[in-house]
Design a binder for this molecule. Structure first.
Ligand code: SF4
Length: 396
């Protein structure tokens, strides 16, 4: 290996070690440290999938993604808040809350994605009495005069309430500046997504995933620098190309798969070239206009240019055709549907997506997971068989 490749590998290892330390930081120490570095700094926790982080940033606060506890916390009290036949995610979020780990957050945002999250927002109102807790009703009407107007009001509520905490007024200028900073982050994430699509052997799924997760804890400027450096160095490290198939993954937009599951997919012979992990970090893929009215621009980004997902109404009726096209654009050989057990939005969406793939002759397979799944042998066999079948016959 050349000196250049050795140096690049070492630096990549350091970047991912930092991202993994953030992933493991279930006490949100990095948020506490950020708050200690300045006067009246506030942090706003938010749940999947998407909130307008630009508005929180413009109000001088740190948006902090709350993504559950994965397989790293024992659920002691979380189970007593929910019935047994729902997903695991809200239990670990409750466990984080009642164990004091979320105390660094000064407020919470719950975007409207499902009834579970709606109920969770009510529980937070009781658990964190005195802290600002807001259920963010995202529009399901995509007419600018209706849904757009409604969404702008929601964003202004966030700006006003977070501004009260920080003492910072969200002016149009501040919001435009925040949009610019997040556009730089969008550019970096596009580079990452495209580099992985074009050279998946250079960007392992684990690295890619940990970089996305870092977006939910680091200040946006720091995250942009981290992703840019990673992408640049990944092309120099000389990682070997394996005889893997290329897969797109869908269903993992809220409760996140454990890291062991992501490693298992690659070991089973699958390069993940497209996915919906940590979807809110890149929900609006293209830049948001930062010249005109910033509220209009953010509303337009959400309403007209955000990625399709199960919890967003498909008003134009193009979601299934768009999905097939995206699978083709990303040159995926097949699709793996991996959804959290009991996730209504993901599991209701899946049959229609499967039908669209079957009509297009695109192979697919599916399984369910939980954020604390610890046994991967069955998944390895299933994904491995899928990969072998595609390599041998081009179909599952
Ligand atoms: S995993 Fe699914 S059902 Fe559970 S909170 Fe998330 S979107 Fe709702």
């Amino acid at each position: 290996m050349s000196t250049l490749a050795t140096d690049a590998s070492e630096r990549l290892r350091q970047i991912i070690a930092r991202a993994e330390a953030l992933y493991d930081d279930l006490d949100f120490k990095v948020v506490k440290e950020w708050k200690e570095q300045g006067k009246n700094r506030k942090a706003i926790g938010f749940l999947p999938i998407y909130v307008p982080r630009e508005v929180i940033h413009a109000a001088g606060a740190l948006p902090v993604g709350i993504m559950g506890g994965a397989d790293r916390i024992e659920i002691v009290r979380g189970d007593s808040y929910f019935q047994s036949y729902i997903c695991h995610f809200p239990r670990s979020v409750i466990e984080l809350a009642v164990s004091g780990r979320l105390d660094a957050c000064d407020g919470f945002l719950f975007p409207s994605i499902c009834d579970v999250v709606r109920n969770l927002s009510g529980m937070f109102k009781m658990l964190f009495e005195g802290k600002w807790t807001h259920y963010l009703d995202l529009p399901q009407n995509f007419d600018n005069r209706l849904g757009g107007r409604f969404y702008k009001n929601e964003m202004r509520t966030i700006a006003r309430e977070v501004g009260k905490l920080t003492g910072v007024e969200v002016t149009d200028k501040r919001l435009r500046d925040s949009i610019t900073v997040f556009n730089e982050n969008r550019t970096a994430l596009r580079r990452l997504v495209h580099a992985r699509r074009d050279r998946p052997w250079e960007i392992p799924t684990i690295d890619y995933y940990l970089l996305l997760r870092a977006a939910y804890l680091l200040p946006v400027e720091e995250h942009t620098a981290m992703v840019n450096e990673y992408v640049e160095l990944s092309a120099q490290a000389g990682r070997p190309r394996m005889d893997n198939i290329r897969v797109a993954v869908r269903g993992a937009f809220c409760e996140q798969p454990p890291l062991g599951l992501l490693r298992t997919l690659e070991r089973a012979g699958c390069y993940v070239v497209d996915d919906d992990f940590v979807l809110g970090s890149r929900f609006i893929e293209q830049d948001v206009d930062h010249h005109g009215d910033p509220w209009d621009a953010l509303a337009d980004g959400f309403m007209n240019r955000s990625l399709p997902t199960a919890s967003k109404y498909d008003q134009r009726g193009t979601k299934h055709a768009d999905f097939v096209q995206r699978v083709r654009d990303f040159k995926a050989d097949g699709v793996i549907f991996m959804a959290p057990s009991f996730c209504d939005p993901a599991l209701l969406d899946q049959p229609m997506l499967v039908k669209a793939l079957e009509n297009a002759g695109i192979p697919n397979t599916s399984f369910k997971y939980s954020e604390d799944t610890g046994q991967f042998q069955v998944i390895r066999e299933q994904a491995g068989t899928f990969a072998d079948a595609l390599k041998l016959w081009g179909k599952a």
